[in-house]
Design a protein around this ligand. Structure first.
Ligand SMILES: NC(=O)c1ccc[n+]([C@@H]2O[C@H](COP(=O)([O-])OP(=O)(O)OC[C@H]3O[C@@H](n4cnc5c(N)ncnc54)[C@H](O)[C@@H]3O)[C@@H](O)[C@H]2O)c1
Ligand SMILES: [Fe+2]
Length: 449
């Protein structure tokens, strides 16, 4: 256990306080979550910048969000307060190594002393990388990228403060020490994982999620669902190996533990209660939007400590090998299988596979998601959770499996090949697996219904 787990003891009390508030949500409350020091306060981003004595601020966003209210309100307050800033609005939705490098080059050109990311996971992750490499100008790009793809070097230098303003209710990136990108020549995602890149502050204001198109809301909500489910069923922290003696070498993802369990289970409860309302039934349902925005934070703290496993590990080549799939509701000019969708499509097969290792947790998850488990036996856990997830996805009009996003059985070897290097997450699967197991999981995910 390390400091980040110690911190979450205090976070657990915060979680209980939030739970009490959750059922009487105040729509106008702007939650602020200080990821490092852990405090809750009503927050105005500009005052935080002033408190940080910001001289020159780098504001990052994507082209779509550049014209939308979350970005407009941040810019208006910066201008009103006379804080010097420059905007980088060229973040790629589902970033790549090339798009990361472009953002890094922008950050290196100026001497920014604070970074502000306004957007979904794509923007926040890009901003984390820009901050990291601007503060380590001599580092090679692969130095901090996860091994075995990169060198996985520990980050020892100080970074500039980064304020994350999430506009989706999904990735929880405002709470995590992870920045994900698509490594183009591998056709699979990988990332940088270190506590050093955790944002200093996350401004979690549900008003920012109001303009999310229905499918962006649905897909980012599936990311929350899978963060919660995977971290709750991840290999326990005391069964993970290796256990490096020096804390700086400990992985950001430590395996499920009693503290991350609190966050993950709570997030799952919120998803079960609000996801359908929030994503499809009524985009103006402010209680549901507010609750899901908090759920993404809760799940972020859960998986940011415990980690995720097979759905995420397998999602990286699903996203990276995309051929022509155009994601409904996404205002982008390139083919994309959005992250939350790429993760959730394998979830019925994955949890059917992992259930024998911790059937109680899988049964509990099925129950939280609405299944009747009163007469279920331990061996029913996998099929029951898989069926519950299929029903959940069907109700939310999710594409019918990998085939519906452009894959066929011929693609399975490439998808398996892209999963193999994702050890950072796949080794947290509670069940050991072979390449043949991965092939079966991809094949079983070709069609869902
Ligand atoms: N760092 C982490 O811990 C972590 C965790 C999970 C996923 N990720 C990464 O995050 C990325 C996905 O992020 P995401 O799901 O948040 O979506 P996103 O950032 O890719 O955005 C998706 C689309 O929604 C639009 N959008 C976002 N907010 C909007 C709003 N309020 N109103 C209107 N449109 C809006 C964007 O402009 C974009 O077109 C992936 O690259 C994924 O790998 C990172
Ligand atoms: Fe995710």
């Amino acid at each position: 256990m390390n400091t980040s787990v110690t911190m979450t003891t205090r976070q657990a009390e915060h979680c209980r306080q939030q739970e009490r508030k959750l059922y009487a949500p105040d729509w106008l409350t702007c939650w602020s979550f200080l990821c490092v020091c852990v405090c809750v306060c009503v927050c105005v981003c500009v005052q935080d910048l002033q408190n940080m004595r910001a001289g020159k601020v780098c504001v990052m966003t994507d082209r779509n969000l550049a014209g939308l209210p979350p970005m407009r309100s941040v810019l208006e307050s910066l201008v009103r307060s006379g804080i010097e800033h420059k905007v980088y609005d060229n973040v790629r939705v589902e970033p790549t190594d090339t798009s990361f490098k472009e953002a890094i080059a922008f950050a290196k050109k100026e001497s920014f002393d604070v970074f502000v990311a306004v957007g979904g996971g794509s923007v926040i992750d890009t901003c984390k990388a820009a901050n990291l490499y601007a503060c380590h100008p001599d580092a090679d790009f692969l130095d901090f990228v996860n091994a075995p793809i990169g060198r996985g070097k520990p980050i020892t230098g100080a970074l500039k403060p980064l304020i994350a303003v999430p506009t989706t209710a999904g990735t929880g990136s405002e709470t995590t020490g992870v920045a994900i990108f698509d490594f183009e020549h591998l056709k699979a995602k990988t990332g940088i994982a270190s506590r050093a890149i955790k944002p200093t502050l996350g401004v979690v204001d549900p008003l920012h999620t109001l303009h999310m198109p229905e499918r962006v809301a649905a897909n980012s909500g599936f990311d929350v669902l899978c963060h919660a489910l995977e971290s709750y069923t991840a290999l326990p922290y005391n069964m993970r190996s290796p256990c490096p003696p020096n804390p700086i070498n400990r992985p950001a993802y430590q395996g499920s533990n009693p503290i991350s369990d609190v966050w993950s289970r709570h997030a799952l409860n919120v998803v079960a209660k609000y996801m359908k309302r929030y994503a499809v039934r009524d985009p103006e349902d402010k209680e549901a939007r507010s609750s899901m925005h908090l759920a993404s934070v809760f799940a972020g703290i859960g998986f940011g400590n415990a980690g995720v496993h097979l759905c995420h590990g397998m999602s990286y080549p699903i996203a990276g090998n995309v051929k022509t799939h155009k994601a409904k509701g996404y205002n982008v000019d390139h083919p994309v299988v959005p992250h939350g969708l790429s993760v959730v499509l394998t979830s019925p097969a994955v949890f059917n596979f992992t259930a024998p290792m911790c059937p109680e947790r899988h049964l509990e998850a099925a129950q939280i998601l609405g299944a009747d488990v009163s007469r279920a036996k331990r061996e029913d856990a996998g099929p029951l959770l898989a069926d519950t997830l299929r029903r959940f996805l069907y109700d939310l009009e999710v594409e019918d499996g990998l085939e519906a996003v452009g894959y066929s059985k011929e693609d399975v070897p490439a998808l398996v090949k892209g999963t193999i290097p994702q050890e950072r997450v796949t080794k947290l699967s509670p069940r050991e697996h072979t390449e043949e197991d991965l092939s079966h999981l991809f094949e079983a995910s070709m069609k869902l219904y």
